[in-house]
Design a protein. Structure first.
Length: 183
């Protein structure tokens, strides 16, 4: 019985510290989305490698036009690599090559290198555009709904290269009004 109690205490301590280590401070999301409500989450894998965990948030209600996508990377990537992949994915969903290349260069100008465990977050606010954060610190803003639709379309457009992740992010709710998609 004594061994059981020791194991139980160790287990409880492990659980308590485990939860602390995985806790996320998303107050910056709440300050913009007032409050942020999780709509869905999933993970992106490529050839069996876990690339990142994605969480999709809406402001207040699940029909709100404001939303955020939070990516917690499980692998290290250069900012240039992330920007190039983003431009390639934009082309894949129908953005003209020249426009996707321009936006890719703009992204490469501010996206940092990420290490495993770090986050990149993009928040869409109508009439303001997309605001980017790295580990909760604001790093850039790109105005305009066209860029926002192309960028978030990487995950939310019906032509995404990751349809399973799209379904997990949207859950049983509709895409944001930015996508003008019937639900």
């Amino acid at each position: 019985m004594k061994t059981f109690k020791v194991i139980a205490v160790i287990y409880l301590v492990f659980c308590a510290f485990g939860q602390i280590s995985f806790a996320r401070n998303l107050t910056y999301l709440d300050s913009v989305l007032n409050p942020a409500k999780l709509q869905g989450a999933g993970k992106l894998t490529w050839w069996g490698f876990h690339i990142y965990d994605a969480s999709f948030y809406r402001a207040g209600t699940l029909t709100s036009p404001e939303f955020a996508l939070d990516l917690r990377y499980q692998k290290s990537f250069s900012g240039a690599s992330i920007a190039n992949s983003s431009a390639d994915e934009m082309k894949r969903i129908g953005v003209p090559d020249t426009q996707a290349a321009m936006w890719g260069k703009e992204l490469a100008g501010f996206l940092p290198d990420v290490e495993s465990g770090q986050t990149l977050t993009a928040i869409y606010i109508p009439k303001q555009g997309t605001v980017f954060y790295h580990d909760g610190k604001r790093i850039a803003q790109i105005p305009g709904a066209d860029f926002s639709k192309a960028f978030f379309g990487i995950w939310l457009d019906p032509k995404t290269s990751a349809p399973k992740l799209r379904a997990e992010l949207l859950g049983k709710s509709c895409p944001p009004p930015l996508f003008n998609e019937a639900c």
